[in-house]
Design a protein around this ligand. Structure first.
Ligand code: MEV
Length: 324
């Protein structure tokens, strides 16, 4: 922890992430590949006030009062996570201000497998530490975000904590993130089923499956690890074609692990029928989003239109201008 100059306002920024390979298997120490989605940002601003502690986020607005009743719905959960992010940051800093206000705004949709809980926690932690002119080490910040993620979904791998602040694609394995070497950025589209995902429930379901059918589950997780290893090589050499087939197989495995839904299958099929090289659910599953790989700009337009016609609530592109 390093002390800088104190400022009247602190700012923190994070963004969404998309997992291309390895959700769920990453919880068991297997490798995963994730990309930052920098078009979906979250900004947090922290101000000292004379009055209460209060938070406004896209998901919740109100006073931070630990004794308040907390709902079980999504907005209730997001509220609790924001409170925990604020309170844990203040505790680490050793601060107990009479009043503080945190405002979070941005485009990361909640409960869609795109890392909203880690992104919100990371943005709040950065804004509050900046307010006090303190810079936490990368490790301190990681543990702070993980303390919120643990409430969000029990046994977080740590992938989201890194991916929601990463400036490029990452390779994540056994709790460690490194930047992933890629020859050319794959064209990726994310499509939202409009159904909230349920990461905590999905992670619990896979754990139960692991305990009841260990042999079969280990085989599936090992196959996902092998797919991620191959994909790492293909991305490094610019061999995009096989990635599509790998995504489709990874989607099937996630269905076998019990985290798929009809809505996710429907959008995956819509993308491939329109010419996507591959598509799969992304994130925790049981709702949320799919990610589709497309070859070029024409295919991107075609697949985007097909996804919208198939009922996708939103479609976002992951890649940047370098593809143009
Ligand atoms: C994270 O977005 C998705 C999971 O892999 C859980 C985790 O990594 O903690 C399902």
């Amino acid at each position: 922890m390093e002390t800088l100059t104190t400022q009247p306002m602190g700012h923190g920024q994070t963004h969404a992430k998309v997992i291309l390979f390895g959700e769920h298997s990453v919880v068991y120490g297997k490798p995963a590949i994730a990309f930052p989605v920098r078009s979906l940002k979250l900004d947090a601003y922290a101000y000292q006030t004379q009055g209460d502690w209060s938070i406004r986020t896209p998901y919740f607005e109100g006073l931070v009062a630990p004794s308040d009743a907390r709902g079980e719905d999504i907005s209730g959960l997001e509220r609790t996570l924001s409170e925990i992010a604020l309170m844990n940051t203040l505790r680490i800093l050793g601060k107990n201000p009479p009043g503080i206000r945190v405002e979070v705004s941005g485009l990361v949709p909640p409960a869609r497998g795109l890392g909203s809980s880690a992104a919100a926690a990371g943005a709040i932690a950065r804004a509050v530490t900046a307010l006090y002119g303190v810079k936490l080490t990368g490790e301190e910040m990681f543990h702070l975000v993980q303390s919120v993620e643990t409430v969000a979904h029990g046994t977080p791998s740590g992938l989201d904590a890194y991916a929601t602040t990463a400036s490029g694609p990452i390779w994540f394995t056994r709790g460690k993130a490194e930047s992933l070497e890629i020859m050319r950025s794959p064209r990726l589209l994310i499509a939202d089923t409009g159904e909230p995902g349920h990461t905590a429930e999905a992670v619990r379901g896979v754990r139960e499956r692991y305990e009841k059918q260990e042999h079969e589950t280990v085989e599936l997780l090992d196959e996902m690890a092998w797919i991620a290893q191959q994909a790492k090589i293909d991305l490094a050499t610019g061999n995009i074609g096989p990635l599509g087939t790998a995504m489709l197989r990874n989607h099937e495995i996630l269905n076998q692990l019990g985290v798929g839904t009809g809505g996710l299958d429907h959008l995956t099929r819509a993308a491939t029928n329109a010419g996507a090289l591959g598509a799969k659910l992304t994130g925790g599953g049981l709702g949320g989003c799919i990610v589709a790989l497309v070859e070029d700009r024409q295919a991107e337009q075609r697949v985007k239109t097909a996804l919208i016609n198939a009922g996708a609530r939103d479609v976002w592109r992951v890649h940047g201008e370098e593809n143009e």
